[in-house]
Design a protein around this ligand. Sequence first.
Ligand SMILES: [Zn+2]
Length: 219
Amino acid sequence: MAGEIKTITNPIVNCYLIKTDSGFIMVDAGVSFYRGALKKALKQAGCRPGGLKLVVITHGDYDHTGNCAWLQKNYSAKIAVHKSEVGAVEGGDMFASRKNKQNTGLRISQAVFKPLFFRKCKPDILVGDGDDLSQYGLDGRVVYIPGHTTGSIGVLTGEGDFFCGDLLTNSGRPEKNRLVDNEAEMDASIEKLKTLGEKTVYPGHGKPFRMEEFIKNSP
Ligand SMILES: [Zn+2]
């Protein structure tokens, strides 16, 4: 059963801590230099080493994976990613999971930010569309939503909460993320999202929002 959801945020990115009947699950791992907020949230929630059963990484960009290795080491957490993101998570190449290798903005951003943000991690589990997360204590499943990267995934809970990674953002208003690798995949993922019956969307960037708000605002 999906329980209380705690947003762990900083000026760069969100990650989410979900209390379950048998422990905790996280979606994304944030950046290492804001680890203080993560530590505090885990402590306040009463999550001890061994209590964090799984960390689902929505995609391998640095801002979402920075504390993976630390969570593995200190909480014995298992890190789950889509197979297409393994190269990015292990080696820090954001183009490893992207089709468009000519994105100059991303190339510059990688050159600048990789030394600051990237923390190497070896994922424990590969997940894909429809994978049931109940064995980790969560009434929920993985949803494949490519477009921002090839291996982007979200998590849908039985209560209609959807953790969308960087498919949608809410910096000002709920909208499609402007950093698109493949437009057709991204649009198809958004259409897929509209059929899932989710109520609240928890984005990687910006505040959680109601799905109906996004639908109302989208063209
Ligand atoms: Zn991001």
